[in-house]
Design a protein around this ligand. Structure first.
Ligand code: PMV
Length: 357
């Protein structure tokens, strides 16, 4: 894979300030297992969210030539040195593409729209927002950088911060990872899937039920690593490839029944990979299963096409068409909030992607 076109070699120094808002995303076909530096073992498809987002402001100022970029990091207006290792790792990965960072001091300030410690992973939106600020800095030296190239580079950089962050740049749906079903798809960056998606999916809703706000006992990084020697890994990667292909036509046809089949199966397969890893582990909680059973019962009784998906955690994402919103919210409030920690849930829907503020 040739990554030369992503190298920005200009070494002049400049002061610059920018602010970007990047949304979170929820995978429908899951990425689980990686190789090289943050490259996916299988393609994934996600819905870009709208309300759950990170807004990041970066001030670049000239610095004496240093070996590494220097920075300060503020989260929700408080200085947070505990985030430094993650950002340092990101800078280490992107430095070959952005050596100019060494000549600058960065003041990074991030705000999340969703409650911190709600158990919702914020690394996708956070890394995407930071990557966009950095590519915006590059654009100051290369004003000719076209829109498509700009977002491709941002996705490429975001991926180096957190794999799923590659999918938090554009909307309404994105594909990351080489898939024969999607021309121009790549392991290096995500591309938007905007070709003739059925209107029903363009306004799809996601209600995130907060089952557990705590930190996961096993990180996603370790989870990906455990796929390396997983006895079922190759079958799983084949299945994800196939599901990307099926989902493509399901999204075009507006086939909700098959959408439910694929997405629920993907969610449970992700967790079954964890349960059959060595060492094995379980991130689901009893209330995750209580909610799933209630959702199945409700769908069976009402025929309202509500379905669930899961991240690498206990929280449940309920997916449903916008026209069912009122009924679904009533159902959540009356039947599901008892299973949520502090009765907490977040209403979101499909979004258009990141935005310069
Ligand atoms: O982006 P990471 O390395 O945190 O991995 C995220 C993996 C899942 O959220 C479980 C699935 C996905 O495709 O987003």
């Amino acid at each position: 894979m040739n990554t030369d076109s992503f190298v920005f070699s200009k070494r002049s120094i400049k002061s610059f300030h920018t602010v970007w808002r990047a949304p979170s995303n929820i995978a429908l076909v899951k990425y689980w297992g990686k190789y090289g530096i943050q490259l996916p073992k299988n393609p994934s498809i996600s819905l870009t969210l709208s309300n759950c987002a990170t807004t990041t402001e970066v001030s670049f100022s000239p610095n004496d030539k240093k070996k590494y970029p220097t920075f300060e990091f503020y989260f929700n207006k408080r200085e947070r040195p505990d985030f430094h290792p993650k950002i340092n790792q990101f800078f280490e990965y992107i430095l070959p593409y952005f050596p100019i960072l060494k000549d600058h001091h960065l003041i990074i300030s991030s705000l999340n729209s969703f409650p911190h410690s709600s158990g919702i992973a914020s690394s996708a939106s956070a890394m995407a927002a930071l990557a966009l600020c950095i590519v915006d800095f590059e654009k100051q030296f290369h004003p000719e950088l076209g829109e498509q190239e700009f977002f491709k580079k941002a996705s490429f950089l975001a991926r180096l911060g957190s794999g799923s962050a590659a999918r938090s740049i554009k909307g309404p749906l994105t594909i990351w990872g080489k898939s024969p079903a999607f021309q121009n798809s790549s392991d290096l960056y995500a591309i938007p899937f905007d070709s003739s998606i059925h209107s029903i999916f363009m306004s799809y809703c996601d209600a995130i039920l907060i089952v557990d706000k705590g930190k996961k006992q096993v990180s996603s990084s370790l989870g990906h690593k455990l796929m390396q020697d997983h006895p079922l890994a190759e079958n799983r990667f084949d299945q994800a490839n196939q599901n990307c292909e099926y989902l493509k036509s399901v999204l075009k046809r507006g086939d909700i029944e098959q959408f439910i089949e694929i997405t629920e199966s993907e969610a449970l397969t992700l967790h079954s990979m964890m349960m059959t890893s060595s060492p094995r582990y379980i991130l689901l909680k009893p209330n995750t299963l209580n909610i799933i059973n209630k959702v199945w019962e409700y769908r069976f009784q009402t025929k309202i096409p509500i379905s669930f998906t899961l991240d690498a955690g206990a929280n449940v994402h309920l997916l449903y068409p916008a026209k069912e919103s009122d009924k679904v919210i009533t159902f959540i409030k009356s039947e599901l909030l008892d299973y949520c920690q502090s009765g907490q849930f977040i209403q979101d829907h499909v979004g258009k992607g990141a935005k310069k503020m």
